[in-house]
Design a binder for this molecule. Sequence first.
Ligand code: DQA
Length: 142
Amino acid sequence: MKILVINGPNLNMLGIREPGIYGNNSYDALCEKVRNYCENCGVEVEFFQSNHEGALVDEIQKSYGVCDGIVINPGAYTHTSIALLDAVKAVGIPTVEVHISDVASREEFRQISYIRAACVKTITGHGIDGYCEAVEFLVNLK
Ligand code: DQA
């Protein structure tokens, strides 16, 4: 089984950006944690981070026929991007939406998630552990 973990804008700034909301772990620490988790599950994993919407769409398209599952934290594009929703629908790969923070308890503009309609599950507010929970969910889906 192969899983692609996609992170959107500003998630490369983890550990620096608003640690009270997103915690102290860096993006590299997140990848390390998820890589170890996947290794223990016998899952092959790849990581991709971009601040650019089109690059995220390209990566989702590239995973067609290659990956069995996607874990995605689209960052702020969660709340704006129909293109990401369409890309996940287009490839038809089981996808879990992850948010580090508890978006439901935050600003009104964070209450809309376009991508959610194409996802098999949403995990919010569990910090970087949420990514491992997403992998576990996809493994059990098989
Ligand atoms: C986020 C929540 C989004 O609202 C925000 O724009 C992010 C991170 C999260 O992981 O909690 O960049 O997706």
